[in-house]
Design a binder for this molecule. Structure first.
Ligand SMILES: Cc1cc2nc3c(=O)[nH]c(=O)nc-3n(C[C@H](O)[C@H](O)[C@H](O)COP(=O)(O)O)c2cc1C
Ligand SMILES: O=C(O)C(=O)c1ccccc1
Length: 347
């Protein structure tokens, strides 16, 4: 495992997982056009290194909304980690803490947010939320995230309904096995279902802002007009995401959308990106084109399924080493030196 590449982690995860669970993690919506595009678009961009800049010491740290990350590679919120490993989100959080990065814990986690925080007291945690139509319940979730020490609320906006995932339909995968549940959704003596609802609107962002003093990250922005609207509604950061190609299929690759969103935001708030980040060079391209950090979804799940906490630590360590290596080759002493001129787009 110490010498595996990300591809080898995926192969090992696939060999260990129930095939329906592998498909749930790996799959996308519709024809999976967007899912493939996310990775492929990074490959089409070229990096133009600078030379003879005397780079000896590297700076990769970033501070985001008051949280520190030693490398600008965050753990994206993904559901159901206990399908991959019995320790589930506890293992992921410990690995994120060891890697000194931020973990965005999914509302649909299979370990309660309080237990994730207790398992990894050093971890920087943010909490991802789907606004539930029952606003009193939404508020109880926000309070739990605050009490558990989460430093930001990541509101996912790209899911008014669940994407059409044909692998899951074919496999009949529509629920967790009986021994697992979404522990954040326990409410009294029942467990509520995760409701993906078309009801939430821009007004709900206002309600959330009144509910909490935590900074709000809006996840799932792809249209520049929505990026501008988000600024007007007081979001603290914007995350360019197409949900890893799992929601609306044929949305363009996030790295292709990034420059226009970054221009619309104009530096008013930090912009993050996820979708298809698999290499240190992908991270550099996103940073050069205006992101302050990226997040990875599936690679973390492959690490977790293949090797538990150690597997996730290794995946995050691999990306960190690649970021440092690519920065050196690009002649950059700091992630802040990356700029759009270092990325060549196809003509
Ligand atoms: C198995 C799986 C579960 C996910 N669950 C959530 C979730 O609960 N909430 C959310 O906002 N995004 C969720 N996402 C989307 C990720 O946060 C992220 O946008 C996406 O995985 C990034 O693409 P990548 O997997 O190519 O890195 C999920 C993605 C996957 C693969
Ligand atoms: O699978 C997903 O992508 C996802 O976002 C989700 C949402 C709610 C419950 C489970 C998964």
């Amino acid at each position: 495992m110490e010498r595996w590449t990300l591809r080898e982690f995926e192969a090992a995860a696939r060999a260990r997982l129930d095939p329906a669970h592998y498909d749930y993690f790996a799959g996308g919506a519709g024809d999976e056009v967007t899912m493939r595009a996310n990775e492929a678009a990074f490959g089409r961009l070229g990096l133009l290194p600078r030379v003879l800049r005397g780079v000896t010491k590297l700076e990769t740290d970033v501070t985001l909304l008051g949280s520190h990350a030693a490398v600008p590679v965050l753990v994206a919120p993904t559901a159901f980690h206990r399908l991959a490993d019995p320790e589930g989100e506890r293992a992921t959080a410990r690995a994120a803490a060891a890697a000194e990065t931020i973990m965005i814990v999914s509302m649909a986690a299979t370990v309660a947010i309080e237990d994730v925080a207790a398992a990894a007291p050093e971890a920087e945690l943010w909490f991802q939320l789907y606004v539930q139509p029952d606003l009193a319940f939404t508020e109880r979730l926000v309070r739990r995230a605050e009490s558990a020490g989460c430093k930001a609320l990541v509101v996912t906006a790209d899911s008014p309904v669940m994407g059409l995932r044909e692998r899951d339909l074919r496999n009949g995968f529509d629920d967790l096995p009986a021994h697992l549940c979404c522990e954040n959704l326990r409410d009294g003596d029942r467990v509520r279902p995760v409701v993906m609802s078309p009801e939430p609107s821009w007004e709900h962002l206002g309600l959330l802002r009144e509910m909490t003093s935590l900074p709000i990250v809006l996840k799932g922005v792809t249209h520049p007009a929505d990026a501008r609207l988000a600024l007007g509604h007081g979001v603290a950061a914007i995350m360019v995401s197409n949900h890893g190609g799992r929601q609306l299929d044929t949305v363009p690759a996030t790295i292709e959308l990034l420059p226009e969103i970054a221009a619309a935001v104009g530096g008013a708030v930090p912009v993050l990106l996820d979708g298809g980040v698999r290499r240190g060079t992908d991270v550099l391209k996103a940073l050069a084109l205006g992101a302050v950090a990226v997040a990875v979804g599936r690679p973390v799940l492959w690490g977790l399924a293949a090797g538990g906490e150690r597997g996730v630590a290794r995946v995050l360590g691999l990306l960190r080493a690649e970021v440092e290596h690519a920065l050196t080759l690009c002649g950059c002493a700091s992630v802040h030196e990356l700029e759009p001129g270092m990325v060549r787009r196809p003509c």
